[in-house]
Design a protein around this ligand. Sequence first.
Ligand SMILES: Nc1ncnc2c1ncn2[C@@H]1O[C@H](COP(=O)(O)OP(=O)(O)OP(=O)(O)O)[C@@H](O)[C@H]1O
Length: 718
Amino acid sequence: MIMVLRNLASYLRPYKLLSFLFFAGLFLDLAFVSLAPLSFKFMVDNAIIPHDFGQFYLILSILGIAGLIGFSSGIISDYILSKLSARVQRDLRSGLFAHLQHVNIAFFQRTRASDLLSYLSGDLSAIDRAMTVILTTGIQSVSVVIISAGVLFTLEWSMAVLVLIGAVLIFTGPYLLGGRAQAINAQYKDQMSLMTGDVQENIKAQRVIKGFHLQQLMIDKFHTRLQSLFVIDYKKNVINSSLERIPMISLLLINFTIIGFGSYLALQGQITVGALVAFFTMYTSMGNSVFNLTFAIPAFTDAKVSMDRIQQLLVELPEANGTVQLQPLPNQQLDIEARELTFRYAEKQDVLKDINLHIPPGTTAAFVGSSGSGKSTMVQLILGFYAPNEGHIRINGISLQEMDKGSLREQIGIVFQDNFLFRGTIMDNLRLSKPHATREEVIQAAAKAEIDGFIQSLPDGYETEVLDEGGNFSGGQRQRIAIARAILRDPQILLLDEATSALDPISEASINETFRRLAHNRTVVTVTHRLSAITDADQIFVFDQGKLIESGTHREMLAAEGYYKELWDKQNGLSVSPSGEEAEIDENRLARLPFFRDMNIDVLREIKDLFNTETFSAGQAVIHEGEAGNKFYIIARGKVEISKRPVGDAERIRLAILADGDHFGEIALLENVPRTADVSALTECTFLTLQRKVLHYVLSQYPELDARVREKLKERYN
Ligand SMILES: Nc1ncnc2c1ncn2[C@@H]1O[C@H](COP(=O)(O)OP(=O)(O)OP(=O)(O)O)[C@@H](O)[C@H]1O
């Protein structure tokens, strides 16, 4: 209770004058409410019994004037309290929000959005409620109880002692239950956040849910969640109503005792009738106050839980920041260097290990490698989102640890694979990276990102509203808006993390051309799995399982015949039409598939024509686990996720991510084996597919080849 009161006092501290006026108004109001019942004693003993009309009018007038002052003060203090509580809410919200802006990015990965939302809505509302209850009912009731108790002692001490013992009893029950009530309230809040989190996730995942026909599973999962919530909700209601009911019962018992004992004393002539009436009136008003106080207890408990939760958030550390400002000079580009860098998100699991790389000023670098090899993590370390566990990154010779991150990020333009668009207009979204950009500058940037034509064609042009995180635009359009946003900043360092993954081949080629032009006079780092886009990079860094295993130019690394050459060969020999609708594979690429290795090139030439092209949009299911497989897929362009739901487990686990040049589902060429995993498109995908029947029809003309292919497929299957 002390902690709640201390916190409330600290919230009010910035508003000293308002708080003073509030307490002054409240005091006058209280003085009237507490002392008014005493008027009965004077009315009965001095006016009614002696039949004195003069005293009657005098007492009535004093009561009327005091009432007017008391009630006006009450109204004024209510008005001030409304203002005070709205200001406190505003301060708490803005304080929490500002704190969140500076908290380490890792915090957002381990905290569900719904928890954060419940801090800003549920918990702050609980504090607001408690503040109103404590500052009105709470203070009022406590004061009435104290003043009344004093007056009751002067009226008749023996009855007052009985009342006091009763009052202690009233609070004993709630006090004993308090700890449990607090724990259950905290559990209830946690369960509520989990439930809203589930709903939020469910809304966002509707494509996947419908794509994989997971509705019933989701309903069952939600039902389990609701069941846990129900149990806690029920317990919370029981304990909260006990907190209210126990004092009510105690109060009734005290009433009974006082009526009996008071009347006995009056019958004995130990107190006057006026004093008895005043005692009862005063006691009733005191009883009401005590009763009101018991209603304030759940609000206290609730506020204590919410204050604890908010405190937990406020102690979350802001991201580490240095003080050295990065001040690049005009015409001097930035230099990026990583030395003996090791990084892990979780204990004992190095995601990047012993990385040494140097990207000289004004050059272009590309990070390539299989999915999960650490490329994006490297970009995030350059942005200073995380600090390396060992080694360091230096920009222009300054260690990122010592650098003011804001001064670095202002020099960076970044495009991610998934780009968030804010609510507001397209113009607002573009201007984010350079708030004072002129309309012309924005249009120029949009033209370079090849999105100006599309925006102008919209009825509201640049003033078109962005809905639902950009849901009214396609993935490609969102990506181009993000590219325009990065270009508008005219940054010293351009970071492109799979920046063209959502574009069709023709747009991708022309945006890459734009990037090439933009690369002039700045340092560019590109993360991509599409090697054809980075063949002219000054340096290519190849990552594999967190290690930097090769680096050099495209030519140098092809000549080295290492892992890069392998990656290149996988993607080479596949072509996609500019629209992305048609794809082809050449016979040499086909010959590199394990089960076609060493096969006659003429037969492969025949087989390559048997492939069909199939396209899928991002989020679409390609293969469902358990269905009969009858074709084999090669990814000509795009990225897919292979996942599986272990038996009896609701959580799907990711097995792999495959991209351009990878293949899957070859067992379907062997026989009608049920698919062993789900495959879904992560980006727009163009696949080359080969039907089992068609392949074996062609191969049936070459029985020996047919047998060899089956043999090799069997080997792979086993
Ligand atoms: N926030 C995170 N918390 C914990 N582990 C993470 C986090 N982000 C990535 N990882 C893990 O770190 C490893 C490297 O991921 P990263 O995203 O850097 O790879 P990548 O090479 O960029 O992959 P992709 O091409 O699929 O984007 C992966 O094993 C991934 O699961």
